[in-house]
Design a binder for this molecule. Sequence first.
Ligand code: HEM
Length: 260
Amino acid sequence: MLIRLNLNNTSRLINHLINLNLHKIEKNKSTMGWLSNSLNASIGKKLLMALTGLFLCTFLVIHLIGNFQLLKNDGGESFNLYAKFMTSNPLIKTTSYLLYASILAHAIWGILLAFYNKKARPQEYHTINNQSTWASRNMALLGTIILGFIAVHMADFWWEYHYEEVPMKAYASEFGRAIVVKDLYIEVMEAFKVKWIVIFYVASMAAISYHLQHGFQSAFQTFGLNHKKYTPFIHAFGFAFSVLVPAGFALIPLYVYFMH
Ligand code: HEM
C-alpha cells in the first residue's frame, strides 16, 4: 500500500516535470527553433566530416603501404602487380567508388561548414580564442589545397592508368604462365624525375600534415570521445599519424629524384 502510494506520487511528480519542461520548450520553440535547427545541421555536417575524414585516413595508410612497393629494387614488379590487383579486384573496385564519394562529400561539406561558421561567427575566431592553432583556423584553405593536389594527382597517374596507353610488362607467374600488366612503375619513376613535380608533392604533403594535425583530434572530439585517460593518447597518436604518414608519402618522390 505504502509502496503503491509512493509510486503514484513519483509518477505524478515525473508527469509534472515533463509538463513543465514541455511548456518551457513550447515557449522557447519559436526563438530557439532556428538555432537548434542550424545547430543540428552543423553537428550533422561535423559528424559526416569526422566519418569521411577517418575513412580517408584509412585509405591513406593502405595507399602508402602500396606505394612503398615503389622503393623495392625489383624493377617495379611488386608495384605493378599490386596496382593490377587494386584495380581489378571487385571488392576493392567497389570500395573505390565509396572513396571518391567520401572525398567529394568531405570537400563539399567542409566548404559548407566553413561558410556556416563564418556566418554564425563573423568575428575572426582567433581574436576570441587565442588557443586555436594555425591549422585549426585554416582547415578550409588546407582542404582546398589538398583537393587541388588530388585532382592533379588523379588526372596524372589514375587517368593515365585507366584511360591512356601505358607500356605493358610481362612477369612470370608461379605456374609458369606470363602475367601481362600495365607498367605504371615506369610512369611514376618518369614523373618523379621532374623537379617541380617533386616540389609539388612534398609541398602538398606539408598541407596534408597540417590538415591532419587538427582534423584527427577534431574527429574524435566530434564523436564525444573525451576521457582523462585516453584523450592524451588520441592526441599523441593523431600527431604521430599526421607527421609520419605525409612524411612517408613525401619520401617516395624525394627517393626517386635523388636515388635514380
Ligand atoms: C608519393 C605519393 C603518391 C604516389 C606515388 C601515388 C601513386 C598513385 C598511383 C600510381 C595511383 C593510380 C593507381 C590506382 O588507381 O590505384 C594513385 C591513385 C590515387 N591516389 Fe595516389 N599516390 C600518392 C599520394 C597520394 C595522396 C597523398 C593521396 C591523397 C591525399 C592520394 C590519392 C589517390 C587517390 C584518391 C587515387 C585513386 C584511387 C582509386 O582509384 O582507388 N595519393 N596514386
